[in-house]
Design a protein. Structure first.
Length: 481
């Protein structure tokens, strides 16, 4: 029998539904994460620009983005809470044995969520109710709170990839926990900064993409130009940084998780002068079919020399490495992520060339078509990054310390499948409601802008009827403050 079939036959029946449920909820939640982590910073940049320049349009955009931020945060809390419960319900072996070691990360995230909720409430309430400077200063901790939440989650995940900060007693249970070492593991720095910059890039492209679509539909006023320029510039500044960070984290994986690196690059035998495959499919006998083979490039990328030795998947037992199917999957997701990043870098170069040469935005419709697609592409890249990280760690839930099969719940597989179906229905409703609210807000804002241009309502008094901002009774107070 095929080795992969042997491994599947030995897996508990709960494995597939538990992993499927976890994968679905994580993939759904991560769509919201870029806006949760990076939109506060982008909004405050727009807010600060509006205050410094006395620009009512910038303040209008900041205020509307703060409403989107609040709605997105509410949805993110729901989906994030579901994930937190799933850790305990689906993986009791993980939390029961290792919770005291790496659980501090989840505690940090919980406190960060609470703090961010309070700060968002103050920020929303402060429009037109607080002096402009006071309102802006009170909002400054918002990006830090968002980054603190990411800190907690990435501390937990990086520990699962490179567990540190404990010793094992005779029964194999962790003792003598060192919290500092458990948080700041070898993979924490590379993972955290790679993730944070990815969120800034993705959020910038997503927000800019909305206004790029408006530009393509003929809305070329200052509102759409400013709404496009600031978030796109944020993304443009961080895209080359992300490229360097991506190279750094790949090299960290090569050093700290060589078997995962072998799966990412579908390397079967340990050797030097290892070729790089762009896509391609790994087979059980170690051969690769399809794709584009570039001689020696993998060794050069891993250690800056064709003589660099790259460890292969066959260097460990089949039970201790990803299957050939999993290796092919994460090789593709890794290549897709890098490919999208490369295309986005070209888009940024186009933007920078026009800006520095002519001091204006590009005029080509193809640029704005590309910018409109960049937001979706960057979200796909984020999804691919997480698939690479999580599937590449298989079969370990705690790298080289606990297998996924040891951590999974003992609940009946039928119950887990039923739970999976229920979660899918609930998430369809949640994300459908989220989209409906955003579209309703967009329609209301557009109608108010049209009335403002007609002279019926001042443009400086936005969304006076929305429940996410100040009520009309106070709308006549000082603009943007």
């Amino acid at each position: 029998m095929h080795t992969t079939l042997h491994l599947l036959a030995d897996a508990p029946p709960q494995m597939l539904p538990a992993r499927s449920l976890m994968a679905f909820t994580l993939a759904s939640h991560i769509i919201l994460v870029p806006l949760g982590v990076a939109l506060p910073l982008i909004t405050l940049i727009m807010h600060g620009y509006g205050l410094r320049r006395g620009d009512a349009t910038a303040l209008l955009l900041a205020r509307r983005w703060s409403a989107v931020m609040a709605v997105q945060f509410a949805i993110g809390v729901v989906t994030g809470t579901v994930l937190s419960f799933e850790f305990g319900l689906l993986w009791p072996g993980l939390m029961g044995r290792w919770g005291d070691v790496f659980g501090i990360g989840f505690g940090v995230e919980a406190w960060a969520f609470f703090l961010e909720a309070v700060l968002i409430a103050i920020y929303l309430y402060g429009w037109r109710r607080l002096p402009a400077r006071t309102h802006f200063l009170l909002a400054l901790p918002l990006p830090a709170a968002a980054l603190l939440g990411a800190f907690g989650i990435l501390a937990a995940n990086s520990w699962m990839n490179t567990p540190r900060g404990f010793t094992l007693d005779a029964g194999g249970n962790p003792v003598d926990v060192d919290i500092r070492k458990a948080i700041f593991t070898p993979m924490f720095g590379p993972q955290y900064w790679h993730f944070v910059v990815a969120m800034l890039v993705t959020a910038g492209f997503v927000v800019a993409g909305v206004y790029a679509c408006g530009w393509l539909r003929g809305r070329r006023d200052r509102y759409h130009r400013l709404g496009f320029t600031i978030p796109f510039t944020v993304a443009a500044v961080f895209t080359p940084v992300q490229f360097m960070l991506g190279d750094a984290i790949a090299r960290a994986v090569f050093q700290k998780q060589p078997v995962k690196f072998a799966a990412m690059e579908i390397v079967w035998n340990t050797d030097t002068h290892v070729p790089e495959y762009l896509f391609g499919r790994l087979h059980a006998d170690g051969t690769v079919t399809g794709g584009i083979k570039i001689p020696q490039l993998d060794s050069i990328l891993a250690g800056f020399s064709p003589d660099t030795k790259v460890r292969g998947l066959s260097s460990v037992a089949a039970a201790d490495r990803p299957t050939v199917g999993q290796a092919t999957l994460i090789h593709w997701t890794f290549d897709i992520m890098v490919g999208i990043g490369s295309v986005l870098l070209l888009l940024v170069a186009w933007y920078a060339f026009i800006w520095f040469r002519r001091r204006r935005l590009p005029a080509s419709p193809w640029f704005y078509r590309s910018a409109a697609c960049a937001g979706v592409a960057s979200v796909i890249a984020v999804e691919c990054g997480w698939i690479t990280t999580e599937v590449g760690r298989q079969p370990w839930i705690v790298y080289e310390n606990m297998r996924v099969a040891e951590a999974v719940t003992g609940a009946r597989s039928g119950t887990l499948w039923a739970m999976f179906g229920l979660v899918v229905v609930v998430y369809v409703f949640i994300f459908g409601s989220f989209l409906a609210v955003l579209l309703k807000m967009r329609t209301r804002w557009r109608e108010e802008d049209e009335r403002g241009r007609a002279g019926a309502v001042a443009v400086e008094v936005p969304e006076t009827g929305t429940p996410y901002g100040p009520r009309s009774a106070v709308a006549g107070r000082e603009d943007g403050s």
